[in-house]
Design a protein around this ligand. Structure first.
Ligand code: GAR
Length: 205
């Protein structure tokens, strides 16, 4: 059975979606640890509720970014995970860290990449005036939100949308997309070929 580690900075509702699908047997894996850079992240409580070990690498306790990155990488190695899931991790990983865990790291982003990478993706989408927003799960490469795309879900933008209402509707699809991508990874059904991710035995074909 695959070992999953989750890296999250905040509320952790995407982390919870993975926990739920592991608990009900949908995802054939065990969650071996939560790593967070934020000692007050609600994600910690979610881990504790399910007896998942937590590793807090408190960004503000490190003298500089290099020391923080080293501590984060050490914590990641200690997890001995087959897959690292960035579920609302709000910092950029160092290229060295990305290379060290190449092909083993996925991220959820609240926009249809390659549009609206980085922070406040939902606000960027609203400000731009797009009619379709959504979410993307992708492998992590050295760029910001640029890695090969695994799954995307579209969400229609309404006239009445605010950043909050749009984010909430996108979030419903995040909670579907991220566990689905984790499941595909754990079933060894994802094959990366250049920029493309091939889903083997894709039920939609
Ligand atoms: C989610 O919307 C996730 O897509 C986003 O942060 C939120 C975390 O929510 N991630 C990014 O914007 C990464 N650039 P959660 O803590 O409830 O899962």
């Amino acid at each position: 059975m695959k070992r999953i580690a989750v890296i999250a900075s905040g509320r952790g509702s995407n982390f919870q979606a993975i926990i739920d699908r592991v608990c009900d047997g949908t995802i054939p894996a065990q969650i071996t640890c939560l790593i967070t850079d934020n000692p007050s992240a609600y994600a910690i409580k979610r881990a504790e509720n399910h007896n998942i070990p937590v590793s807090v690498i408190n960004f503000s306790e490190y003298a500089d970014r290099a020391l923080y990155n080293q501590a984060l990488e050490n914590a990641m190695r200690e997890c001995r995970a087959d897959l690292f899931v960035l579920a609302g991790y709000m910092r950029l990983l160092k290229p060295e860290t990305v290379r060290a865990f190449a092909g083993k790291m996925i991220n959820i982003h609240p926009a249809l990449l390659p549009s609206f990478s980085g922070l406040h993706a939902q606000r960027q989408a609203l400000d731009y005036g797009v009619k379709i927003a959504g979410c993307t799960v992708h492998f992590v490469d050295e760029g910001m939100d640029t890695g090969p795309i695994i799954l995307q879900y579209p969400v229609v933008v309404l006239n009445s949308d605010t950043e909050e209402s749009l984010a909430a509707r996108i979030m419903e699809f995040e909670h579907v997309a991220l566990p689905q991508a984790v499941k595909l990874f754990c079933e060894d059904r994802l094959e990366v070929s250049g920029r493309k991710v091939i889903i083997n035995d894709d039920q939609r074909e």
